[in-house]
Ligand binder design. Structure first.
Ligand SMILES: Nc1ncnc2c1ncn2[C@@H]1O[C@H](COP(=O)(O)OP(=O)(O)OP(=O)(O)O)[C@@H](O)[C@H]1O
Ligand SMILES: [Mg+2]
Length: 255
């Protein structure tokens, strides 16, 4: 699904947060949304999926205005994993993921719904805990359940707000690899992320946000020391290893 953002403006009660955001995201792109706390990443994600209504501009999905999509149809196209820790409701992991099938279920899940759910649990290494109460899992495991639920929607676009925030390094890498494999199947992935090195390693496109504006966007090559310094107001240095550039805070300049 192609996503076009045209001069988007959004304000919470007259407090402008997004200003003149314009950009195109093609099907199957892996986009990292980066920028300081409060720069508007979560707000932009919620404007793309229609949770928040933009005051000016347009969001076009495959050329059609977002407003023209009904809720069910939109949920079959787009899934969202929010940033804030979702309060898990007591139920087993299988059922928690099966809820993702809701946009497809008429009054009871079909065999196909159950099979899709089981397949996703296996893919995300959740099969061993499938019958466990989701509220009894660790924060990281719960996060994977929420990602699994979003995948059960079989979306064309997956929006994730800091999907790796609660995860240990192995699971961060696992999730990023999984997201990468989804993009190779044509699913568009847009994720807000704080770890710029992991973002640079796994995503293919970057949108840098600062104070509600698109500070820069492009391929991973825009992760330059200069851009990162201006984006976060912090001195950095670069480490070059095997053709990859890593950006780390410049310790000699820190307080
Ligand atoms: N529900 C809300 N009501 C009023 N203001 C809000 C609300 N949510 C966010 N804001 C404000 O909008 C701005 C952007 O917030 P947003 O959550 O989009 O930033 P973010 O880039 O996702 O930050 P973080 O990296 O901390 O998650 C901030 O100034 C924030 O205070
Ligand atoms: Mg946020």
């Amino acid at each position: 699904m192609k996503i076009e953002l045209r001069n988007i403006e959004f304000a919470y009660d007259k407090n402008p947060v997004l200003r003149n955001i314009t950009g195109v995201i093609d099907p199957g792109e892996f986009v990292a949304l980066v920028g300081p706390n409060g720069s508007g990443k979560s707000t932009l994600i919620k404007c793309i999926n229609g949770i928040l209504r933009i005051q000016k501009g347009e969001v076009l999905l495959d050329g059609k205005n977002l407003k023209s999509y009904g809720t069910n149809r939109l949920s079959q196209k787009m899934a969202y994993v929010p940033q804030t820790e979702q309060k898990a409701v007591p139920m087993n992991v299988f059922d928690a993921v099966l809820i993702g099938r809701k946009p497809y279920i008429r009054w009871k899940p079909t065999k196909q719904d159950l099979e899709i759910t089981a397949g996703i649990l296996e893919k995300l290494n959740l099969a061993p805990v499938a019958m466990k109460d989701v509220t009894k899992l660790s924060g990281g495991q719960q996060q994977r359940v929420f990602i699994a639920r979003a995948l059960a929607q079989q979306p064309e676009v997956l929006l994730l707000d800091e999907p790796t925030a609660n995860l240990d390094l192995k699971h961060q890498v696992d999730v990023l690899k999984l997201l990468g494999s989804l993009t190779r199947q044509g699913i568009t992935v847009i994720m807000a992320m704080h770890d710029i090195n992991l973002a640079a390693m796994y995503s293919k496109k970057v949108m840098m946000m600062k104070e509600g504006r698109l500070f820069a966007s492009g391929g991973n090559e825009i992760f330059t020391a200069d851009n990162v310094e201006k984006l976060y107001d912090v001195n950095v240095e670069t480490i070059h290893k095997n053709g990859t550039v890593y950006i780390v805070p410049d310790r000699t300049q820190s307080i």
